[in-house]
Design a protein around this ligand. Sequence first.
Ligand code: C5P
Length: 222
Amino acid sequence: EHIPVIAVDGPSGVGKGTLCVLLAKHLKWHLLDSGAIYRVLALSAIKQHVALENELELAILAKKLLLRFISDETGVQVMLDDENVSAQLRLQEIGDAASKIASLPKVREALLQRQRAFRTSPGLVADGRDMGTVVFPQATVKIFLDASPQARAERRMKQLQKKKICAIYDEILHEIITRDERDRNRAIAPLRSATDAFLIDSTDLSIDEVFKQALNIINSKI
Ligand code: C5P
């Protein structure tokens, strides 16, 4: 495989999504939002009344999933069976359900090829938890983006306030810490930095500064 991959991993709410969109646009490369795939699978399971613990059924569902990403001027739209589910995917309960099914080995296995298929010319920016460790262990550049739970909770509060959604800081912080724990402590493909990843701590950085640091790392490697 000579097609370059930039693997960006990190905990939820750290700004990976924003960084990866900026990088993909700048480089004019493809984008893989792997979290969206886990979210779509969770949504599909809920719609079809498949229990979130039913590993075998979930793996079958993962293989059959009719999922498409469509880019337009407003961003990337996610289609499940030709229904635009982008807004539903962002719901807290879907993120939570995604994190639950993501701990099941057969589910992760069933989604591997689907994720690797995004690696097409001229290159791929891949956003997730295990991009540099499992899905693309040979990635050209690996970045691990981190920030304190408090900083991530504050950013999430601001996003919600912008959308005029009421939120309680302590609850948001609690959700972030709970999801982190589940993602870091699961037996398979736990959230962790690859040994050869560059660490960026965005706790005290703006999006712009994170983008610049990431570009410097990438330019030094490709
Ligand atoms: O990144 P996002 O919040 O959309 O991901 C939702 C959930 O999917 C995460 O909390 C994580 O448990 C799971 N996930 C994963 N591996 C990935 C991407 C997401 O386990 N590569």
